[in-house]
Design a protein around this ligand. Structure first.
Ligand code: ARG
Length: 457
């Protein structure tokens, strides 16, 4: 079998070496990036006088043919195709004699790093587009539910009522930070490693800047050793995806709770839920559960890669081939999860009367009573104690909370009015707070984040 190093070796590679070593089955999805990188490389080689224009044109034409063969499935792989880089170069050499010059001044080490950076840039763009879509769905839901409110929770205990729009947008802002983080990683990874060679650059008059420009990279590497060893960009992207996965998981967990009979805050659309093979009455929130479950896998990919990287001496080591599968899987996982969760949320029915009933406990307005006293000059600690005493007396069975409040010297009937359902939620008017006016302003800011024109508000 003709390996690329057969000149140095007398023996063929063993089957077990090949089975472990070959990465073609997963790295062929970078074929277009590899071809683009090779086209840029040969144009540069011609520009610096290492290729005749006719050789450049022949190689570029062969690369274009290879691209077509790979996209229409007619490309025939052979046993010695260890990875996508060797497969493409082998085929180019079959198509043109000039192909033997393609690998001039280049190593698979700078080549694979360039391919993976190009692949990651477009993967981030695709993810960001989908996450923006999910944010728009949350915005649409927030705008459509008006002043519906539900209990807000701390410790999963009812705390203070909040608008449903406020709650939905909380997830929207978290996703906004995920988008920022991924775009930030994208800006940092936008550096071409081409020209670094195997590790130390080249004695040939290469022009790394030209390759970078051709490929649309924002800059070029500063240190060839770093250029072929650096997988920070994979780790950063995996972190961005893992944290995004954590946010999707938290949304999922809430939907699971909300869809339970005990909460009953949402009804799932049948197209976005599953049934049971045994229990005829079941309607299950599988998408939300998988959003929760996939987070474990995404965190695993990040931890796995960090562990792979941590012991590596400079520069390229074959361990680095382990960067691609976790990245590809993380991207695929996030794309699937975001789309399914988006559809699930878009088709949800919010049971706003269930939510309002759940938020109707008069105790949910206890903080408002304390703040009502503070607004009239009482120190907060004292106000807290007065209201807490009334809560305790009511829980001890002395009377309904609202009656005890109305009868209290410090509070009285005006304060008792705060306990009417739906009153307390209107009072927290501070910036970013839960009142309808504050939430209306927040919606405008969220629209601006998503590049939407100001809404009716
Ligand atoms: N398939 C390899 C990878 O993904 C390409 C680089 C091979 N480099 C080498 N020196 N063997 O990392």
């Amino acid at each position: 079998m003709a390996t690329m190093w057969h000149g140095r070796f007398g023996a063929d590679p063993s089957a077990s070496l090949q089975a472990l070593n070959d990465s073609l089955h997963f790295d062929q999805r970078m074929y277009q990036q590899d071809i683009d990188g090779s086209c840029a490389h040969v144009r540069m080689l011609c520009e610096v006088g290492l290729l005749e224009p006719s050789e450049r044109d022949e190689i570029v034409a062969a690369l274009e043919q290879v691209s077509e063969e790979l996209s229409d499935g007619s490309f025939e792989f052979v046993e010695s195709d260890e990875d996508i880089h060797t497969a493409i170069e082998r085929r180019v050499c079959e198509l043109t004699e000039a192909g033997a010059k393609l690998h001039t001044g280049r190593s698979r080490n700078d080549q694979v790093a360039a391919d993976l950076r190009l692949w990651t840039k477009s993967a981030i763009d695709e993810i960001v587009t989908l996450v923006r879509g999910l944010q728009l769905t949350l915005l649409g839901a927030a705008e459509s539910v008006g002043d519906a409110y539900l209990p807000g929770y701390t410790h999963l205990q009812q705390a203070q009522p909040v608008l449903l729009a406020h709650h939905l947008l909380a997830h929207g802002w978290a996703l906004g930070r995920d988008v920022d983080r991924l775009n930030d990683a994208r800006a940092r990874l936008d550096v071409s490693p081409l020209g670094a060679g195997a590790l130390a650059g080249s004695s040939l008059p290469l022009d790394p800047e030209m390759c970078a420009d051709e490929l649309g990279f924002a800059g070029v590497f500063d240190n060839s050793l770093d250029a072929v060893s650096d997988r920070d960009f994979v780790a950063e992207t995996l972190f961005g995806l893992a944290l995004l996965g954590v946010h999707l998981s938290r949304i999922g967990e809430e939907l699971i709770l909300w869809a339970s009979s005990e909460f009953g805050f949402v009804t799932l659309d049948e197209a976005f839920s599953t049934g049971s093979s045994m229990m005829p009455q079941k309607k299950n929130p599988d998408i939300a559960e998988l959003a929760r479950g996939k987070a474990g896998r995404l965190i695993g990919h990040l931890t796995g890669l960090m562990t792979t990287l941590k012991g590596l001496p400079l520069t390229y080591n074959k361990d680095l081939q382990e960067d691609k599968e976790p990245l590809f899987d993380a991207v695929d996982t996030v794309l699937l999860t975001v789309s399914a969760l988006d559809g699930m949320i878009e088709s949800l029915e919010f049971n706003t009367s269930r939510m309002a009933d759940a938020a109707a406990s008069p105790y949910a307005a206890a903080t408002d009573l304390a703040e009502w006293l503070v607004a009239r000059g009482m120190p907060f600690r004292q106000a807290h104690e007065i209201v807490a005493n009334l809560v305790r007396r009511s829980l001890d069975g002395e009377g309904a909370f609202v009656d005890l409040v109305a009868a209290s010297d410090a509070l009285g009937t005006e304060a008792a009015g705060l306990l009417e359902p739906g009153v307390s939620v209107t009072r927290r008017n501070t910036h970013g707070g839960g009142s309808p006016d504050a939430v209306a302003e927040q919606i405008q800011r969220f629209r601006a984040l998503l590049g939407q024109p100001p809404g009716p508000g």
